[in-house]
Design a protein around this ligand. Structure first.
Ligand SMILES: Nc1ncnc2c1ncn2[C@@H]1O[C@H](COP(=O)(O)OP(=O)(O)OP(=O)(O)O)[C@@H](O)[C@H]1O
Length: 230
């Protein structure tokens, strides 16, 4: 279970609070106006940004003071975080061993992950030799290899066209279903929230609200969300 207990985070004049919990295995969309604090919320959970007060807990363990790498969390950002000078296989290998000392079995896991996301045989290529959609798949495969129970997606597929994005969301849902991972995904597109996430966290007015059923939220949005959705 993910628990955000009286979390307060500030950046200059900006202040965001969060006080809710979500069950393990939940798929949660994070939606709200530009600048409302969606990325800030993910950063606090992932440990890239410190909370002023409150606690971030996972399964009863207090993560609040832990380094990002020590948390049971993988974050995938929009830029995909692939190192341009490393091959796709090496980039994936970093998901297993940061020093890239891989055993034979690890190489087999990398190959299996590539196959799982539809990139069989592309391990020797550099990221620049893949399309945007393929790079997204590679980033997802690396997240898969890290096998952490909490996956944070900060608009990782925003640069993809609608069909590719739908494919990627379906793939994430499938992979998360297999591993039981809990997923929080920032999106600007209510259609993505509706297709991917049964529940949605609305970030607006300085509050990351407790996740609520996505369909009901989108059918009857509060004013700040209605204004944003247009
Ligand atoms: N380094 C900083 N110093 C001061 N304020 C900041 C800093 N970084 C971000 N902010 C402010 O924090 C607020 C939240 O930013 P954040 O990126 O979390 O919003 P967001 O909802 O993810 O926005 P978007 O949808 O545009 O990506 C914004 O109002 C922004 O201006």
């Amino acid at each position: 279970m993910l628990l955000l207990e009286n979390v307060v985070v500030t950046q200059g004049a900006f202040r965001l609070t969060a006080d809710w919990q979500a069950a393990a295995g939940a798929r949660i969309a994070v939606i709200g106006p530009s600048g409302a604090g969606k990325s800030t919320l993910l950063s606090v959970i992932g440990g890239f940004f410190g909370a002023d007060s409150g606690r971030v807990m996972w399964d009863g363990v207090d993560l609040t003071r832990m380094d990002p790498g020590a948390r049971p969390i993988t974050t995938v950002f929009q830029d995909q975080n692939l190192f341009p000078h490393l091959t796709i296989a090496q980039n994936l290998g970093l998901g297993i061993a940061p020093g890239l000392r891989l055993a034979r079995a690890d190489h087999a896991r990398v190959d299996a992950a590539l196959t799982r996301v539809g990139l069989a045989g592309m391990g020797p290529r550099l990221p620049a030799q893949l399309s945007g959609g393929q790079q997204s798949r590679a980033a997802l495969a690396r997240a898969l290899l890290r096998a952490r129970p909490l996956l944070l997606l900060d608009e990782p597929f925003a640069a993809l066209g609608p069909a590719l994005k739908a494919d990627m969301l379906a793939l994430v849902a499938e992979l998360a279903g297999e591993s039981g991972a809990t997923v929080l995904m920032v999106t600007h597109d209510p259609k993505d929230a509706a297709s991917f996430a049964p529940i949605t966290c609305l970030v607006a007015g300085g509050v990351a609200h407790a996740p609520q059923p996505t369909a009901a939220l989108l059918a009857n949005p509060p004013p700040e969300l209605a204004a944003y959705l247009g």
